[in-house]
Design a protein. Structure first.
Length: 565
């Protein structure tokens, strides 16, 4: 064996080489290993396949293609599995508290398997929202050659010539409750909105994070913009397997790629695409794992110079499969690079720089309406508006497309849980001018920081999208739109000012000044804070209790391994 071949096996050699490792080798013969396989680089294939959600139902087929790419390129692949949960199914229930927790479970489980088995590198394939940051956190922690593969976007459903997706169903619930549609119409929408495999079709969290990861250089070019069921996606998986073997040959590792400039590229692309607020949370968390300190200030700084260019749902007209048809995000990134909005010298998993990857990319076809030109943006600055003020001293994240307006003044309607707020909306008890306050839904207080897609969709379905604001220490689905503010820190459970808001209190949200204000005197706020008592934890055992004990604030990415010792 040459020195180069040995260098490609820094971990597997410790597991398999020498007479004393015979028991380890013996365990793998029943799995189809041959004697010569033990001398090859060992590459894990982390599959998030599951029948709990259409986002991931096809991923085992993709894992087989990735494994084939490894094997045909001189490595030896082993497929293993990790979990996924379904945000879309659990939304609005107690089960949704496990959603953000699953990001940590996925990262921990991939780290555990790769570390235990001595894999020299790995491919991770994700479909639903938390799969992607979970996989990237594991890649950064392990720092072994790795490529992320996105499972791909779903095709839209269709009813009476109108394209549908999961958000269409959530909004139909609010429309039915307000008498705008019948129960028969709602049932027709729910029965055909999800036509097959793939992640939710708008620029929601899955497509947002897939695009961010491609912009960071941790997936192959165009991996983020492919339909789940397509020849292109299968080829993407094969090439990812081959790419990891090549990274082993060249000694390229994730922390060579996950630089500050790479994260800045990801933030800029997320903004240009009008992406999910969850990207703020997840990019900060991935940065933590990579040793790159990403803060809310980075989103402010980059957002001031980066326009929103994509007319994609939830605020726009088009879905990800439409963007796939015109070339994906590569032409967009090339435009941004030429305009000085991206760092072109960042290394990627191809072994080339971002600039080199984009060199031969053609521009979008003429007359397409999905991606605006830089001189005619949908919004001149970021839709992800970071707010501070006496209601959010540690920061908050608003999603302001501009269609809702940029300032909202109203009276607080306070709810101690998502369920209570949703019931009030469905029952018609929310009026124009209300600021719906949902608290004790933060990372610790929930625990788990649930997404508020059910109440925000009910507001939109009821036709109150421009007349009502919603603020919370929880977070939002990528499918949320309307005048919404989440990630309020400190959260109510930690004694943040959100905890002392009362019905009728005046609240001012100013996206231009980036302020969120509880319009009371300092004396009144101090007096209320002195009387506030921390509620008991909702869980005392199990994974949610462990999570609440370990998790940091949303402004720090809601990570669970910050300076543990």
């Amino acid at each position: 064996m040459t020195e180069k071949e040995k260098s490609m096996r820094p971990y597997s050699s410790l597991v398999f080489d020498g007479p004393h490792r015979a028991p380890s080798r013996a365990m793998l013969y029943p799995l189809g290993f041959k004697e010569e396989d033990f001398a090859k680089p060992q590459v894990g294939i982390a599959s998030t396949q599951s029948n709990v959600t259409p986002c991931n139902m096809h991923i085992d087929e993709l894992a087989v293609e990735a494994a084939r790419g490894v094997d045909e390129s001189g490595g030896k692949a082993t497929i293993f599995h990790t979990i996924t949960i379904s945000d879309g199914i659990s939304m609005g229930t107690e089960g949704m508290k496990y959603s953000l927790v699953s990001r940590e479970v996925i990262a921990d489980s991939i780290e555990t398997v790769v570390g235990c088995q001595g894999f020299d590198g790995f491919v991770a394939i994700g479909g639903c929202d938390k799969n992607m940051p979970g996989c990237l956190i594991a890649m950064a922690r392990l720092n072994r050659p790795a490529v992320f593969v996105y499972g791909g976007t779903i095709l839209p459903g269709c009813l009476n010539g109108k394209k549908l997706d999961i958000v269409s169903v959530f909004e139909a619930v609010g429309a039915e409750a307000s008498g705008k549609i019948s129960s028969e119409e709602r049932r027709a929408i729910e029965s055909c909105a999800i036509p097959g495999p793939g992640s939710c079709g708008g620029m929601y969290t899955a497509n947002t994070m897939a695009s961010a990861i491609e912009a960071m250089g941790m997936s192959l070019p165009n991996s983020s913009a492919q339909n789940a069921i397509s020849k292109q996606k299968r080829e993407d998986c094969w090439r990812a397997g081959a790419a990891v073997v090549e990274m082993l040959r060249r000694g390229i590792r994730p922390l060579d790629i996950l630089t500050r400039e790479a994260f800045e590229n990801a933030i800029a692309v997320v903004i240009a695409l009008g992406g999910s607020t969850n990207a703020v949370l997840h990019l900060i968390a991935i940065g933590h794992a990579a040793g790159v300190k990403i803060t809310l200030d980075d989103f402010i700084r980059i957002g001031e110079k980066t326009p929103v260019l994509a007319d994609l749902k939830p605020s726009g007209r088009f879905v990800m499969s439409d963007l796939v048809e015109i070339g994906g995000i590569l032409p967009l990134m090339k435009r941004m690079l030429e305009a000085g909005l991206l760092h072109g010298d960042c290394l990627t998993v191809t072994g080339k720089t971002l600039r080199e990857n984009l060199e031969n990319v053609c521009d979008y076809p003429p007359n397409q309406e999905i991606i605006r030109p830089l001189d005619n943006p949908i919004k001149a600055t970021s839709h992800l508006v970071i707010l501070h003020g006496n209601l959010a001293p540690g920061g908050a994240v608003a999603k302001i497309s501009g269609k809702e307006g940029e300032r909202f003044c109203g009276k607080a309607r306070v709810f101690e849980s998502e369920e209570a707020a949703l019931k009030a909306i469905i029952d018609g008890k929310i009026q124009k001018g209300d600021v719906i306050v949902i608290r004790y839904e933060g990372p610790k207080g929930g625990p788990g920081m649930r997404e508020m897609l059910s109440p925000t969709s009910a507001v939109m379905g009821a036709g109150l999208g421009k007349d009502v604001a919603l603020i919370t220490d929880g977070r939002f689905s990528g499918g949320t739109h309307g005048f919404v503010v989440g990630h309020i820190t400190p959260e109510a459970y930690d004694g943040g000012p959100l905890a002392i808001v009362q019905d009728g209190d005046p609240i001012i949200i100013d996206a231009v000044e980036r302020r969120i204000t509880l319009d009371l005197s300092d004396m009144e706020i101090v007096s209320r804070m002195a009387r506030w008592q921390k509620p008991p934890p909702r869980y005392r055992r199990g994974v949610l209790a462990k999570y609440a004990k370990l998790v940091t604030s949303a402004s720090e990415g809601a990570v669970t391994d910050k300076e543990m010792y």
